[in-house]
Design a protein around this ligand. Sequence first.
Ligand code: MRU
Length: 364
Amino acid sequence: MPVSTGALTRERLFLLLIMRTVFWEDDSLKLIDQRRLPGSLEVAVCRTYGEVSDAIRNMTVRGAPAIGAAAAFGLALAANGSRARSAAYLLADIETAAQTLKASRPTAVNLAWAVDRILRSLGDKVDGRSVDGIRQAVINEAQRIADEDVEINKRMAEHGAALIADGDTIIHHCNTGALAVVDWGTALGVIRTAHGQGKRLHVLVDETRPRLQGARLTAWELQQYGISYEIISDNMSGYFLRSGQVQKVFFGADRIAANGDVANKIGTYMLALAAHDNDVPVYSVAPTSSIDLSLEDGSQIPIEERDPGEVLGLQLNGERVAPEGAKARNPAFDVTPNRLITAIVTENGIVHPPFEVNLKEFIV
Ligand code: MRU
């Protein structure tokens, strides 16, 4: 439910620049409503874990680390909302909420990672524990996950900025900025930090059909940061890569398998293929919480298939483009094979191939 609505005035923009995408306030979870940007800033308030699960599914909150942090606070809401009077019953209620939250979206492993981290922190021993103590422990751990996310993003950005040279033009896919995390950003965080170091950059922002995270959110963020950019439609990247106008490709990750295959927003694979064919380096930037060593390769990563209405809803001149009765497919992610990836930037440093050997060294 929005607490503040309306067009983005200067004051609202300032507020947005200093506020987090996901935060805990007044015993509620507050989320910048990403469905409304760039037109207006609204803060959605979740008071139950069910509302958090809905907000993740309908993409009020989106981006792998952001949905992880939101789910962590979802468990805090579950703990606060439980009527259990004993530690054992409270832990059972938290476990039920954990299953619902994890099932909200399947691809980004950060969701399960954050939920499991909270459950692990509680342990399974109930002897001598008060329900209030457990509730506070869940809130504290969720807050730690959120705070650490900001610090991790800034570390990743410092590592990644070393890859960017003065004068680079970069193609960026989807939205990986402050909106996709708790604050700062993954791939866009790298670009922000490089810009802050005084490097002159230009970003080609691909639209990222069908939800347009690039055209709506990344373009909007770059505008706030004063970084030079132009929007291109997704099918233009091959042209810019082949004509030598691009020096690097950057994107995030929703899940990275043990061999370095990267699941990310649909369209990443085609972009990486075109970059590889033109000897343009391809970088994925992701916290180690996006690495899933339990999966040998990317073929095991579950790919979310969303409502075809997201594809069919496109309008031109105020009219729907697709004919009535048209059908569509809508996989939300694809897997880019490790051979197309030059390096993976994490908070612990830059991982180079062979990823099947090197990735695990970076998880501490
Ligand atoms: O469907 P979305 O918008 O949640 O997908 C997000 C992405 O694919 C991002 O690129 C990814 O989460 C990494 S950026 C933090």
